[in-house]
Design a protein around this ligand. Structure first.
Ligand SMILES: [Zn+2]
Length: 286
Protein backbone atom coordinates (compact mmCIF):
# COMPACT_ATOMS: atom_id res chain seq x y z
CA UNK A 1 0.00 0.00 0.00
CA UNK A 2 1.34 3.41 -0.95
CA UNK A 3 0.72 6.52 1.14
CA UNK A 4 0.60 10.07 -0.20
CA UNK A 5 0.62 12.67 2.56
CA UNK A 6 -0.19 16.37 2.20
CA UNK A 7 0.80 17.56 5.69
CA UNK A 8 1.46 21.25 5.04
CA UNK A 9 3.53 23.21 7.57
CA UNK A 10 3.72 22.27 11.27
CA UNK A 11 3.78 18.72 12.53
CA UNK A 12 6.73 16.60 11.45
CA UNK A 13 5.19 13.96 9.18
CA UNK A 14 7.99 11.44 9.53
CA UNK A 15 6.04 9.60 12.27
CA UNK A 16 3.13 9.09 9.97
CA UNK A 17 4.76 7.07 7.23
CA UNK A 18 2.69 3.91 7.50
CA UNK A 19 2.77 2.96 3.81
CA UNK A 20 4.99 0.32 2.24
CA UNK A 21 6.03 3.29 0.13
CA UNK A 22 5.47 6.86 1.23
CA UNK A 23 5.47 10.26 -0.42
CA UNK A 24 5.19 13.63 1.27
CA UNK A 25 4.07 16.13 -1.31
CA UNK A 26 3.63 19.90 -1.44
CA UNK A 27 0.25 21.56 -1.18
CA UNK A 28 -1.71 22.92 1.76
CA UNK A 29 -5.28 23.54 2.81
CA UNK A 30 -5.60 25.60 6.00
CA UNK A 31 -7.86 24.83 8.97
CA UNK A 32 -10.67 26.88 7.43
CA UNK A 33 -10.57 24.90 4.20
CA UNK A 34 -8.84 27.56 2.09
CA UNK A 35 -6.36 26.19 -0.40
CA UNK A 36 -3.16 28.05 0.52
CA UNK A 37 -0.83 26.14 -1.78
CA UNK A 38 -2.04 23.99 -4.66
CA UNK A 39 -0.54 20.57 -5.30
CA UNK A 40 1.86 20.05 -8.18
CA UNK A 41 0.37 17.62 -10.69
CA UNK A 42 3.77 16.71 -12.09
CA UNK A 43 5.01 15.86 -8.59
CA UNK A 44 1.96 13.63 -8.03
CA UNK A 45 2.46 11.93 -11.42
CA UNK A 46 6.10 11.17 -10.54
CA UNK A 47 5.05 9.61 -7.23
CA UNK A 48 2.37 7.52 -8.92
CA UNK A 49 4.87 6.27 -11.48
CA UNK A 50 7.35 5.32 -8.76
CA UNK A 51 4.63 3.49 -6.79
CA UNK A 52 3.44 1.65 -9.89
CA UNK A 53 6.96 0.53 -10.74
CA UNK A 54 7.25 -0.98 -7.25
CA UNK A 55 4.02 -2.92 -7.71
CA UNK A 56 1.77 -0.72 -5.56
CA UNK A 57 -1.89 -0.86 -6.54
CA UNK A 58 -3.61 0.41 -3.39
CA UNK A 59 -3.25 4.02 -2.45
CA UNK A 60 -3.99 6.00 0.72
CA UNK A 61 -4.23 9.79 0.23
CA UNK A 62 -4.49 12.05 3.27
CA UNK A 63 -4.33 15.84 3.62
CA UNK A 64 -4.17 17.46 7.05
CA UNK A 65 -7.35 19.55 6.74
CA UNK A 66 -9.03 17.51 4.00
CA UNK A 67 -12.18 17.25 6.10
CA UNK A 68 -12.53 21.03 5.70
CA UNK A 69 -11.83 20.85 1.98
CA UNK A 70 -11.30 17.49 0.27
CA UNK A 71 -10.38 19.08 -3.09
CA UNK A 72 -6.69 18.12 -3.10
CA UNK A 73 -7.34 14.52 -2.08
CA UNK A 74 -9.93 14.22 -4.84
CA UNK A 75 -7.55 15.80 -7.35
CA UNK A 76 -4.94 13.13 -6.56
CA UNK A 77 -7.58 10.40 -6.75
CA UNK A 78 -8.49 11.65 -10.23
CA UNK A 79 -4.84 11.66 -11.31
CA UNK A 80 -4.41 8.11 -9.99
CA UNK A 81 -7.30 7.09 -12.23
CA UNK A 82 -8.15 3.43 -12.69
CA UNK A 83 -4.61 2.14 -12.16
CA UNK A 84 -4.92 2.42 -8.38
CA UNK A 85 -7.56 1.67 -5.81
CA UNK A 86 -7.64 4.90 -3.88
CA UNK A 87 -8.79 5.50 -0.31
CA UNK A 88 -9.08 9.17 0.61
CA UNK A 89 -8.82 10.39 4.21
CA UNK A 90 -11.89 12.63 4.16
CA UNK A 91 -14.11 9.72 3.13
CA UNK A 92 -13.37 7.80 6.33
CA UNK A 93 -13.49 10.35 9.09
CA UNK A 94 -14.92 13.78 9.75
CA UNK A 95 -12.56 14.33 12.65
CA UNK A 96 -9.66 16.76 12.69
CA UNK A 97 -7.25 14.26 14.23
CA UNK A 98 -4.70 14.03 11.40
CA UNK A 99 -2.48 11.19 12.73
CA UNK A 100 -5.52 9.03 13.46
CA UNK A 101 -6.99 9.74 10.04
CA UNK A 102 -3.69 8.75 8.41
CA UNK A 103 -3.69 5.43 10.26
CA UNK A 104 -7.35 4.72 9.44
CA UNK A 105 -6.85 5.51 5.77
CA UNK A 106 -3.74 3.33 5.56
CA UNK A 107 -5.58 0.53 7.31
CA UNK A 108 -8.46 0.81 4.85
CA UNK A 109 -6.17 0.93 1.82
CA UNK A 110 -4.10 -1.94 3.23
CA UNK A 111 -7.08 -4.21 3.85
CA UNK A 112 -8.72 -3.36 0.52
CA UNK A 113 -6.87 -6.14 -1.38
CA UNK A 114 -8.05 -8.73 1.19
CA UNK A 115 -11.60 -7.45 0.85
CA UNK A 116 -11.34 -7.51 -2.95
CA UNK A 117 -10.07 -11.09 -2.88
CA UNK A 118 -12.79 -12.12 -0.44
CA UNK A 119 -15.50 -10.73 -2.72
CA UNK A 120 -13.98 -12.48 -5.73
CA UNK A 121 -14.03 -15.83 -3.89
CA UNK A 122 -17.68 -15.35 -2.93
CA UNK A 123 -18.62 -14.40 -6.49
CA UNK A 124 -16.78 -17.45 -7.90
CA UNK A 125 -18.52 -19.74 -5.41
CA UNK A 126 -21.91 -18.36 -6.48
CA UNK A 127 -21.08 -18.76 -10.17
CA UNK A 128 -19.92 -22.36 -9.70
CA UNK A 129 -23.21 -23.21 -8.03
CA UNK A 130 -25.27 -21.45 -10.66
CA UNK A 131 -26.62 -18.89 -8.20
CA UNK A 132 -27.45 -15.67 -9.96
CA UNK A 133 -29.16 -13.67 -7.23
CA UNK A 134 -27.71 -10.33 -6.23
CA UNK A 135 -25.17 -10.47 -3.40
CA UNK A 136 -25.51 -7.94 -0.62
CA UNK A 137 -23.34 -7.08 2.35
CA UNK A 138 -24.94 -6.69 5.72
CA UNK A 139 -23.17 -3.71 7.25
CA UNK A 140 -22.54 -3.13 10.93
CA UNK A 141 -25.18 -0.37 10.97
CA UNK A 142 -27.85 -2.80 9.81
CA UNK A 143 -28.05 -1.53 6.23
CA UNK A 144 -27.06 -3.48 3.12
CA UNK A 145 -25.04 -2.61 0.01
CA UNK A 146 -24.28 -4.59 -3.15
CA UNK A 147 -20.84 -6.25 -2.94
CA UNK A 148 -19.38 -4.29 -5.85
CA UNK A 149 -20.29 -1.02 -4.21
CA UNK A 150 -18.48 -2.09 -1.07
CA UNK A 151 -15.23 -1.99 -3.08
CA UNK A 152 -15.32 1.71 -3.81
CA UNK A 153 -16.68 4.80 -2.24
CA UNK A 154 -19.47 5.86 -4.57
CA UNK A 155 -18.46 8.96 -6.47
CA UNK A 156 -21.71 10.69 -5.52
CA UNK A 157 -20.63 10.65 -1.88
CA UNK A 158 -17.30 12.32 -2.68
CA UNK A 159 -19.10 14.86 -4.87
CA UNK A 160 -21.67 15.50 -2.17
CA UNK A 161 -18.94 16.10 0.43
CA UNK A 162 -17.17 18.46 -1.96
CA UNK A 163 -20.40 20.38 -2.58
CA UNK A 164 -21.33 20.60 1.08
CA UNK A 165 -17.88 21.85 2.07
CA UNK A 166 -17.94 24.48 -0.70
CA UNK A 167 -21.36 25.67 0.46
CA UNK A 168 -20.21 25.92 4.09
CA UNK A 169 -17.17 27.92 3.04
CA UNK A 170 -19.40 30.28 1.11
CA UNK A 171 -21.69 30.74 4.13
CA UNK A 172 -18.66 31.48 6.30
CA UNK A 173 -17.26 34.01 3.84
CA UNK A 174 -20.58 35.82 3.55
CA UNK A 175 -21.21 35.79 7.30
CA UNK A 176 -20.93 39.56 7.72
CA UNK A 177 -23.24 40.41 4.82
CA UNK A 178 -26.18 38.40 6.10
CA UNK A 179 -29.27 40.13 7.42
CA UNK A 180 -30.12 37.95 10.42
CA UNK A 181 -33.62 39.33 10.63
CA UNK A 182 -34.27 38.14 7.10
CA UNK A 183 -33.01 34.65 7.92
CA UNK A 184 -34.67 34.17 11.31
CA UNK A 185 -37.63 36.58 11.08
CA UNK A 186 -38.17 39.34 13.61
CA UNK A 187 -36.43 37.65 16.54
CA UNK A 188 -36.38 40.46 19.08
CA UNK A 189 -34.63 38.96 22.09
CA UNK A 190 -34.50 35.22 21.41
CA UNK A 191 -34.42 32.97 18.40
CA UNK A 192 -36.54 30.00 19.31
CA UNK A 193 -36.99 26.54 17.90
CA UNK A 194 -38.88 23.46 19.01
CA UNK A 195 -37.62 19.95 18.54
CA UNK A 196 -39.35 16.67 19.07
CA UNK A 197 -37.00 13.71 19.28
CA UNK A 198 -38.07 10.10 19.62
CA UNK A 199 -35.35 7.68 20.77
CA UNK A 200 -36.72 4.48 19.31
CA UNK A 201 -34.33 2.12 21.10
CA UNK A 202 -35.36 3.36 24.54
CA UNK A 203 -38.89 4.42 23.73
CA UNK A 204 -38.24 7.91 25.07
CA UNK A 205 -39.95 10.93 23.65
CA UNK A 206 -38.21 14.25 24.16
CA UNK A 207 -39.70 17.66 23.60
CA UNK A 208 -37.10 20.34 23.47
CA UNK A 209 -37.29 24.09 23.22
CA UNK A 210 -34.08 25.89 22.38
CA UNK A 211 -33.68 29.62 22.69
CA UNK A 212 -30.64 31.51 21.52
CA UNK A 213 -30.12 35.04 22.87
CA UNK A 214 -29.81 37.41 19.96
CA UNK A 215 -27.02 39.93 20.51
CA UNK A 216 -25.32 42.21 17.99
CA UNK A 217 -22.03 42.08 19.94
CA UNK A 218 -21.61 38.35 20.53
CA UNK A 219 -22.90 34.84 19.75
CA UNK A 220 -25.38 35.14 22.67
CA UNK A 221 -26.12 32.12 24.84
CA UNK A 222 -28.29 29.04 24.60
CA UNK A 223 -31.20 28.02 26.81
CA UNK A 224 -32.59 24.51 26.58
CA UNK A 225 -35.84 23.43 28.14
CA UNK A 226 -36.41 19.72 27.73
CA UNK A 227 -39.09 17.29 28.79
CA UNK A 228 -38.40 13.61 28.22
CA UNK A 229 -41.00 10.96 28.90
CA UNK A 230 -41.49 7.25 28.61
CA UNK A 231 -45.19 7.66 29.37
CA UNK A 232 -47.64 10.41 30.22
CA UNK A 233 -47.15 9.83 33.94
CA UNK A 234 -43.42 9.70 34.10
CA UNK A 235 -41.40 12.54 32.72
CA UNK A 236 -38.16 14.32 33.46
CA UNK A 237 -37.66 18.00 32.89
CA UNK A 238 -34.30 19.61 32.55
CA UNK A 239 -33.21 23.15 31.98
CA UNK A 240 -29.77 24.03 30.65
CA UNK A 241 -27.89 27.26 30.14
CA UNK A 242 -24.94 27.12 27.77
CA UNK A 243 -22.60 30.09 27.50
CA UNK A 244 -20.05 30.15 24.66
CA UNK A 245 -16.51 31.37 25.20
CA UNK A 246 -16.94 34.57 23.18
CA UNK A 247 -20.12 35.76 24.88
CA UNK A 248 -20.05 39.48 25.78
CA UNK A 249 -20.09 40.50 29.43
CA UNK A 250 -23.67 41.70 29.34
CA UNK A 251 -25.01 38.43 27.91
CA UNK A 252 -22.76 36.49 30.27
CA UNK A 253 -24.20 38.02 33.43
CA UNK A 254 -27.71 37.82 31.99
CA UNK A 255 -27.25 34.07 31.38
CA UNK A 256 -25.79 33.51 34.87
CA UNK A 257 -28.80 35.33 36.36
CA UNK A 258 -31.20 33.12 34.44
CA UNK A 259 -29.44 30.07 35.84
CA UNK A 260 -29.67 31.40 39.42
CA UNK A 261 -33.34 32.34 38.99
CA UNK A 262 -34.25 28.91 37.70
CA UNK A 263 -32.53 27.18 40.60
CA UNK A 264 -34.51 29.19 43.14
CA UNK A 265 -36.42 26.56 45.19
CA UNK A 266 -39.79 28.25 44.87
CA UNK A 267 -39.63 28.58 41.13
CA UNK A 268 -37.96 25.30 40.40
CA UNK A 269 -40.07 23.07 38.20
CA UNK A 270 -37.14 21.08 36.82
CA UNK A 271 -35.54 17.81 37.89
CA UNK A 272 -32.12 18.93 36.79
CA UNK A 273 -30.68 22.33 36.00
CA UNK A 274 -27.36 22.60 34.23
CA UNK A 275 -24.93 25.39 33.56
CA UNK A 276 -22.18 25.09 31.00
CA UNK A 277 -20.11 28.26 31.19
CA UNK A 278 -17.25 28.06 28.70
CA UNK A 279 -16.26 31.66 29.34
CA UNK A 280 -15.52 30.96 33.03
CA UNK A 281 -14.78 27.29 32.44
CA UNK A 282 -17.41 26.32 34.98
CA UNK A 283 -19.93 23.47 34.92
CA UNK A 284 -22.70 23.25 37.49
CA UNK A 285 -25.64 20.97 38.18
CA UNK A 286 -28.38 21.76 40.63
ZN1 LIG B 1 -23.91 39.66 23.88
Amino acid sequence: MGLILIPGPGLNPKYLLYGDLNAIISGYVDHRGNEVQSISESEVREVLQRFKKEGISNLAVVGKFSIRNPGQELQIARLAGKEFKVTTGHSLSGSLNFPRRVVTTCFNAGTAPIHQQFIQVIKDAFTQRGIRSPVLFLKSDGGTIPVDESLVQPEEISRQIEKTVARLQQIWQERDDVDLEQVFGNIQKYYRREKNIFYDTDGINEEQTERVRYCSDCPGYLLIDSRASRSRFNDTRIFAVSIPRLTCNRCHSEARNIFEEQTHPRRNKYDYIYLQDLKEDEYLRR
